[in-house]
Write a protein that binds this ligand. Structure first.
Ligand SMILES: Nc1ncnc2c1ncn2[C@@H]1O[C@H](COP(=O)(O)OP(=O)(O)OP(=O)(O)O)[C@@H](O)[C@H]1O
Ligand SMILES: [Mg+2]
Length: 244
């Protein structure tokens, strides 16, 4: 993997601190049954830190990431990201807020017909920017170790390389927050470890705040703090390392 200092040339707003307080979310399933996905959860994360969300399947990790990323509203509670209470934003302001968040998913979600470069540029296509989007995409590919593969199609890349393209895409808007839902779930452990190293490197180089849902304890151990969730509630003592 090539790591060059070019990431420093891509400007990024400083990471946002996070304060999630008393958040609840209940879904009503088609049969009319209520599912309480989150039952009063509190999570705090320092600006520029990496937080792991751990918990069994169905414990509420993805729901919390969706709320944090402004993809949905909680029923109760507040979600401060920097100065913004995401829980109080109107639908229209949520759309604007989402542009300040980078999303990474388990299944990469790359468009198969587009090159790595075009996939990275995709989130910006509807917008005019003060910088050259193509050049920015190439710098980001370089900073995730794929500077020599801008023209590769997803089918020509390994799983780990595809995830690195997805991370570059998540960064193109200069997000203050990166939300990753099981980003190593489809990767073998060595490749997964490389992706985690990349997330930690990005935190170091850009100061972006990262929240990552995972089942992988080894991954979580490398993060700055671990938040354990069971049935929509926080369990155990806060576990964090020294401030980054
Ligand atoms: N849109 C929805 N409609 C109805 N129920 C939902 C919806 N989204 C999530 N749920 C329910 O909320 C609970 C929490 O789901 P969530 O996807 O947040 O869990 P998770 O911790 O991410 O699980 P996994 O590790 O399997 O990804 C589950 O019981 C799930 O079935
Ligand atoms: Mg999930």
């Amino acid at each position: 993997m090539r790591h060059r200092a070019s990431a420093a040339h891509v400007p990024t707003a400083a990471g946002a601190g996070i304060a999630i307080t008393g958040v609840t979310k209940t879904f009503v399933s088609p049969g009319g049954v209520n599912v309480a996905a989150l039952r009063g959860i509190d999570v705090h994360a320092a600006a520029g830190s990496v937080t792991a969300l751990l918990g069994a399947s169905g414990s509420g990790k993805s729901t919390l990431l969706h709320l944090l990323g402004g993809m949905d509203h909680p029923d109760e509670g507040s979600i401060l990201v920097g100065e913004t209470d995401v829980a109080r934003l109107s639908r229209r302001d949520l759309v604007r807020y989402r542009r300040t968040v980078g999303f990474v998913f388990q299944h990469f979600a790359l468009l198969p017909a587009l090159t790595a470069r075009d996939n990275v540029m995709l989130p910006l296509v509807p917008y005019r920017t003060s910088f050259d989007q193509r050049e920015r995409a190439e710098q980001l590919l370089d900073s995730v170790g794929l500077g020599d593969r801008p023209d590769a199609l997803p089918s020509q890349l390994s799983g780990g390389q595809r995830q690195r393209v997805a991370i570059a895409r998540a960064l193109i808007g200069g997000p203050r927050l990166l939300v990753a839902d099981e980003p190593t779930g489809n990767l073998d452990s060595a490749t997964g470890a490389e992706v985690v190293s990349l997330l930690l490197k990005l935190r170091e180089e850009r100061g972006v705040t990262v929240v990552v849902a995972t089942h992988d304890e080894a991954l979580a151990e490398r993060c700055d703090q671990r938040v354990r969730i069971a049935d929509g509630r926080r369990i155990g003592e806060p576990e964090h390392d020294a401030a980054p």
